[in-house]
Ligand binder design. Structure first.
Ligand code: UT7
Length: 323
């Protein structure tokens, strides 16, 4: 007998304002055709003025709690993956804790940029199976629009804002790949790649800064590292490509998603894609994709899911989850 962290609920929030590719044609030397063909992105949501990462996280958290049939006071911990916390401190997670009127438990942020939700799920899983927490709210929420240099056409057309959340709960299990819950984890980082994807601001600079990216280099690493980490996680879970019901990848670029699926030997009919509607929402992209896929009837109980992501650091990783 063992214990697993099982998904009890999922939810998401997208800000109201939708920006189509064509809107960028008015201010930049770019086209809908370029953005669509190079990235697969057609539109993205941008937070309203004054709307923060923790505001969006609270909406997503409420939706996930509702889906789980739970109240905030049923939760022992909140782990929020973000690189765009409202303030340097306190953590956005503690703001969510207050926003949900939670009277106990603990809350903290995890920062692993676009791989943040994978890291946060891994941390939540460890706390659940070690007995530190019974139920954990795991959130990915970002306002990357606030990190954009609106004159840099190679980055500002790619990112969007949003939030998604999962509720995980401890459950007794057999210890086999037929169990529901998180079945395996693989995490990696390599700080020597810091200069290919970073923000040129922070407390050492006195300004917030803008996202800077060598797109081609990041693309090359993504294609190589995502299939590797997915395969490591699959091996640890004792599953094969043919067993997978859904791949839920980080939503950065449809060409990266296609190549990774091909390398993994999984057809695109089993890959959840939201990049066309959300753009790259960094740590929010995977929980957003999971929530949308559950809502539209793609993901069902007992489905076997592989999820993977890579981002600044570089930091990357994958998980196998039976829903
Ligand atoms: O989530 C974190 C991880 N991030 C990623 O996974 C992103 C990874 N990288 C990518 O998705 C792709 O590299 C991009 C979508 C960023 C770029 O696609 P690419 O096929 O690698 O294009 P490129 O950077 O090589 O640019 C090709 C050309 C360049 O012009 P020249 O030098 O060939 O004349 C760019 O200046 O496209 C130009 N370009 C644009 N043209 C129109 C760059 N941005 C734009 C634009 N509109 N918005």
């Amino acid at each position: 007998m063992t214990q697993r962290a099982v998904v009890k609920g999922v939810g998401h929030y997208l800000p109201q304002r939708i920006v189509e590719n064509s809107e960028f044609e008015e201010t930049l030397d770019t086209t809908d055709e370029w953005i669509t063909s190079r990235s697969g992105i057609k539109r993205r949501h941008f937070a309203a003025e004054g709307e923060t990462t923790s505001d969006m996280a609270i909406y997503a958290a409420r939706a996930a709690l509702y889906d789980a049939g739970l109240d905030a006071d049923d939760i022992d911990a909140i782990i929020l993956a973000t690189s765009t916390a409202d303030l340097t401190f306190p953590s956005a997670a503690t703001m969510v804790q207050t926003g949900l009127s939670m009277t106990g438990g603990f809350a903290y942020d995890v920062q692993a940029v676009c791989a943040g939700f994978i890291y946060a799920l891994s941390t939540a899983n460890a706390q659940i199976i070690s007995g530190q927490a019974k139920r954990v709210l795991v959130i990915g929420a970002e306002t990357f629009s606030r990190l954009m240099d609106w004159k840099d056409r190679s980055t500002c057309v790619l990112f969007g804002d949003g939030a998604g959340a999962l509720v995980l709960e401890v459950t007794d299990a057999e210890g086999t790949s037929n169990d529901r819950g998180i079945l395996s984890v693989d995490l990696n980082s390599d700080g020597s790649y810091r200069d290919i994807l970073y923000v040129d601001g922070g407390v050492s600079t006195g300004k917030t800064g803008y996202l800077r990216m060598e797109g081609k280099e990041v693309f090359r690493h993504a294609v190589e590292k995502l299939s590797e980490t997915a395969e490591t996680a699959m091996e640890r879970a004792g599953i094969q490509a043919g067993d997978i019901d859904w791949v839920v990848p980080h939503q950065a670029n449809i060409r990266i998603i296609n190549s990774t699926a091909r390398k993994m030997g999984v057809p695109m009919s089993k890959v959840v894609t939201t990049v066309q509607d959300h753009g790259n929402t960094s740590a929010a992209s995977i929980p957003l994709a999971l929530s949308v896929a559950k809502q539209n009837g793609q993901i069902k109980e007992n489905d076997l899911i592989v999820t993977e992501a890579i981002g600044g650091g570089l930091a990357w990783g994958a998980l196998v989850i039976r829903w």
